[in-house]
Design a protein around this ligand. Sequence first.
Ligand code: TMP
Length: 392
Amino acid sequence: MKKKFLDLGKQPIANGFLKNKTDEFFFNLSVGFDEKTKLVSLMEFVSLEKMFNDSYVYHASQSKTMKKHFAETAFNLKKTLNPKTVMEIGSNDGVFIKNFSKKNTIAVEPCENFAKKTNNDGYKTYPSFWDIELAKQIVKNDGKQDLVFSANCMCHIPDILNAFESVKLLLSESGVFVFEDPSLLKMIERGSYDQIYDEHAHIFSVTALQNLLKKIGLEIFKVEQLDVHGGSNRIYASHASSRQIDSSVTHSLKEEESSGLDKFDTYLKFAESVKQSKDELLKILSFYKSQGCKIVSYGATSKSTTIFNYCGITQDLIDYIVDTTPSKQGKLSPGVNIPVVSPEQGFDNSVDVAFLGAWNFKKEILEKEKKFLQNGGLFLTHVPHIKEIKHV
Ligand code: TMP
């Protein structure tokens, strides 16, 4: 049974950028903790078809950081595992699979715009949601797989046990399942409550994953802590008892235990810190607005959808959002309907303050926008607490 600890109010589809003002779908975004499995999940799941369809706008290749991240990941996996067959679940625009040979790599991607792209690029792509029926079909058509990779996708799947069972079904005997998703520990440590939105049906701890995978006969043998997406865990799992367990597994479990991730009280404290973050953010934005400053947001992220809708931040405070993604430009942000423009169009000398909606790309953005800071511009972030950034 899930026990609710945080309510972020009425929220729209986080990546549902709009062409025009229109009646939007809203749902109640609240989060709970399951005492038995220790899994943190949304209290109410949004239907997958509403979020992942042919107008999905998140392109993983938009960021240099992510392109480099996936190229390095692919290189290391090839070197250490030498898989004969590779499959990715949630392949987006192909940012990971393009590092593998077209001959022995297949992809699964429910957003048709992306599935079409990777198919056209020569990678056999199943344009479907991941489930047991699809796993059976792939085993029949393509055989079992030596490497099953998935980045920022497993956490999207409400029926997570079914998703893991489906992976187990098509994983070859010595196969490895590698998946990475935002880390619950990092979210708690960094106060990054904007990791919570419709697509993140679960925010995984290693503790919960170990409990869930064990139930179906998979075992975690290695954990890597990553910087991407605001702090993620990369999990390596195999059929139970088939590999030696690395010390990184015990290390992560101990770290999570000492941070209280197995206790409901930790989440209640986190919920208090979220309210404080909201108050402080509104205070600082209102202050700069009252000084006549022009405030924009940098990065039209799904995370900022949570923040703007939870804090009630509209165009009264933020003039517009700048984002490099062409499919977001010219649109309105979900729920609060702030316009999105390209950086070329909107990130100029007239901007005084830029809220870092894409705080997870802080390093890349600050490097790129050195001049803005040198000219007296100010970045604002809420992670790990409300802070002004005046220098790189
Ligand atoms: P994400 O946090 O959901 O990964 O989304 C990051 C968004 O930020 C994505 O729409 C691209 C955008 N972005 C920029 O606009 N400029 C940048 O320099 C970077 C790194 C990202």
